[in-house]
Design a protein around this ligand. Structure first.
Ligand SMILES: *Cc1c(COP(=O)(O)O)cnc(C)c1O
Length: 242
């Protein structure tokens, strides 16, 4: 399992369908330790995305993400917002007015502006995070009235892939939502990123308009839930999403 080789293969597969568009490759780093994350950064991934606040903070303190922008891509509880705002470059998974407001409050207290994406429940699965597409205009309008947040686009986690091609209609629907809402003018909103596609379907997602993909196992191999985590190193920050 060579991380650098895998990163190159993913980059090539993206390039083959992107038609020259820039696509941000976010390494989904959950369950991978600092050494493996550094290998992915050295191989040229554009950013690192973590799912759990505690795991992010531990690896952040180890300097695991040095040189790469940091994204949060998992479900975010409001009581963890203060630990995250200002430490990550992009929170991809904002899925309620209350969470958006809490992020704004913390960002204002720190004197900064937090970039976020709005997570959409595109397949309407009850157990999944994300807002229904119909709720998007209202949340974007709220962002316009909320200091400290800046919406940079949309994100989705479609259903587990059952067969090749089965998520294509969700990607198409996301792309339409992205375009339609990008044409409206809201304060604190710039529809720059459409984050969709994971290891099993990122090629399809890019073909349907994604310009940000979150890829884990195709870079790092299958996650080993039995293995211990981590090693120590200095802390760091980076300023940009890209
Ligand atoms: C784990 C994860 C990914 C990547 O999943 P893979 O199938 O390993 O590529 C992408 N997005 C989110 C939100 C994740 O939690």
């Amino acid at each position: 399992m060579d991380i650098a080789e895998n990163v190159r293969a993913v980059q090539q597969a993206i390039a083959a369908v992107s038609g020259g568009r820039a696509v941000t490759l976010v390494a989904a780093t959950k369950m991978n330790d600092a050494a493996r994350i550094r290998a992915a950064i050295a191989a040229g991934v554009d950013a690192c995305g973590e799912n759990r606040v505690q795991e992010f903070l531990e690896k952040y303190a180890q300097g695991a993400y040095s040189g790469a922008p940091k994204h949060f891509i998992g479900h975010l509880q409001q009581n963890k917002v203060n630990k995250l705002v200002g430490r990550v470059d992009l929170i991809q998974s904002v899925d309620s007015p209350a969470l958006l407001r809490a992020i704004g409050r913390r960002a204002v207290a720190l004197g900064l502006r937090q970039d976020i994406l709005i997570e959409i429940s595109i397949a309407g699965e009850a157990q999944k995070s994300g807002i229904p597409p119909a709720a998007l205009p209202e949340l974007l309008a709220l962002a316009g009235r909320t200091e400290g947040v800046f919406v940079r686009g949309l994100m989705c986690v479609p259903p587990i892939l059952e067969k090749n091609g089965s998520n294509r209609r969700y990607f198409v629907a996301m792309r339409q939502l992205f375009v339609d809402n990008g044409e409206k003018k809201y304060d604190n909103v710039s529809m720059d990123f459409l984050s969709m596609g994971m290891s099993d379907d990122y090629v399809e997602a890019v073909a349907e308009g994604a310009n940000m993909v979150r890829v884990g196992s195709a870079i790092f191999g299958a996650r080993n839930y039995a293995a211990p985590q981590g090693s120590a190193a200095p802390a760091e920050t980076s300023g940009n999403i890209l």
